[in-house]
Design a protein around this ligand. Structure first.
Ligand SMILES: CC(C)(COP(=O)(O)OP(=O)(O)OC[C@H]1O[C@@H](n2cnc3c(N)ncnc32)[C@H](O)[C@@H]1OP(=O)(O)O)[C@@H](O)C(=O)NCCC(=O)NCCS
Length: 374
């Protein structure tokens, strides 16, 4: 049996899926067959959500109805806001999101219904409510009242508005929308797998998403862009970047924002986030972050032949917009709910309980000794 063990399930294919395709050699990422390079130019996050859940691009009428349903579902139950207000102010945002999503199921009218139609209704509510939850916590922990959602704004713009109380610029809203599109799905990553394992017991969407949020919270999955910004803070200015990164490489440090289990070339999402972070930086008068990261990318790529991943420039874009670093992973979740829900629907449609085996290496002949004799 030992020969069959694949630590970390590396390269193990456990089922088929029609949702997301990653070509790690060519650096391509497709949602339902559509290249993300096209989607970031022509689509919106709301349309990508539709594409992932229903498997095809919507007509104008379908998209309008979908956008309207999402916008109409953003408010949180007052009692949920009460739960948030009762949490210690120091609670980290990912824990608040995990707790909030789990609690939302208690208020959901479809809580006991796991049909496809009910799961889609719950998915709409969760995708609409999660941004409100994340923004509300940011306000509450600063001692401010949450900002009510504005149904006239798109999902991305409305999130930025609820976070700061100020309507975002067009570039900020576009950047955030593109970031949401780029994080929407990524095949069987750890959090999606966690969601599918939970869904495969025929458990419900809120439980699957709560599992996924727990998996996303870990630093090996969702937390790398926060680490990138810690590096940027240490480097401080572009002129210091080359010396700093050469020393880090000489010290054999792991450089956050580089390398990937699947991509052997540059992550196709990185270039879009670089372009938008650079544009935002120019508009905000902050060119230092991208200047530092460009030097780091040039040196790491030349010296180690490992390439930027999605996390290299996303944190810089968020930081330029004034978003605190510990909100970067919750923001990832606001987007990935699209993929998690698509995978739960797919799992339920062709379900088989996910239950692997372990090779037992413990004792087999232990003799029970009564506690008085131990
Ligand atoms: C993402 C990641 C975990 C993938 O790791 P993996 O597929 O298990 O690859 P390995 O950790 O086995 O690395 C293979 C080689 O590349 C090197 N390497 C990979 N990523 C590296 C990085 N970010 N910095 C420095 N070296 C790195 C490893 O040291 C190793 O070198 P070696 O063969 O000389 O020992 C890894 O690249 C990493 O830790 N990156 C930084 C964290 C990050 O940005 N995560 C977000 C991913 S989207």
């Amino acid at each position: 049996m030992t020969d069959l063990i694949k630590a970390g399930l590396e390269d193990v294919v456990i089922s088929t899926s029609e949702i997301c395709f990653i070509d790690g050699q060519q650096g391509r990422l497709l949602y339902r067959g559509y290249d993300i390079d096209d989607l970031v130019v022509h689509s919106t996050f709301e349309e990508v959500v539709y594409l992932l859940w229903y498997g095809a691009l919507p007509t104008r009428k379908e998209l309008d109805a979908h956008v309207k349903a999402l916008a109409a579902s953003r408010r949180l139950p007052a009692r949920l806001i009460g739960i948030l207000k009762n949490l210690p102010r120091k609670t980290v945002p990912m824990e608040v999101l995990r707790t909030g999503v789990s609690a939302l199921s208690a208020f959901d009218p479809d809580e006991r219904d796991n049909s496809r139609e009910a799961t889609l209704r719950k998915a709409i509510r969760l995708a609409a409510q999660m941004p409100t939850l994340v923004a509300a916590w940011e306000r509450i922990r600063r001692g401010k009242e949450p900002v009510a959602p504005n149904p006239r704004l798109g999902l991305a713009a409305n999130f930025l508005y609820m976070l700061s109380g100020r309507k975002p610029t067009e570039l900020e809203a576009k950047t955030f929308d593109v970031a949401l599109i780029l994080h929407a799905d990524h095949e069987y990553n750890a959090s999606t797998f966690a969601a599918r394992v939970t869904a495969a017991t025929l458990s419900d969407l809120h439980s699957a998403v709560t599992s996924a949020i727990g998996a996303l919270k870990g630093p090996l999955h969702g937390g790398a862009n926060e680490q990138v910004m810690l590096m940027v803070d240490q480097i401080k200015e572009p002129a210091r970047a080359e010396t700093w990164i050469r020393k880090a490489l000489a010290d054999k440090a792991r450089i956050m924002g580089f390398g990937h289990r699947v991509y052997r070339v540059e992550d196709p999402r990185a270039k879009h986030l670089r372009r938008l972070a650079a544009e935002l930086g120019r508009q905000a008068g902050n060119t230092a972050y991208v200047g530092i990261l460009d030097t780091v990318a040039r040196v790491v790529t030349a010296e180690k032949h490992i390439y930027p991943n999605v996390d290299l420039y996303s944190g810089a874009a968020y930081a330029i917009m004034g978003i605190p670093a510990d909100q970067f992973t919750p923001i990832f979740a606001l987007s990935r709910i699209a993929g998690w829900a698509a995978h739960v629907l797919e799992q339920h449609a062709h379900n088989r309980l996910i239950r692997p085996r372990a090779e037992y290496t413990g004792p087999t002949q232990a003799t029970y000794v009564p506690i008085s004799q131990r």
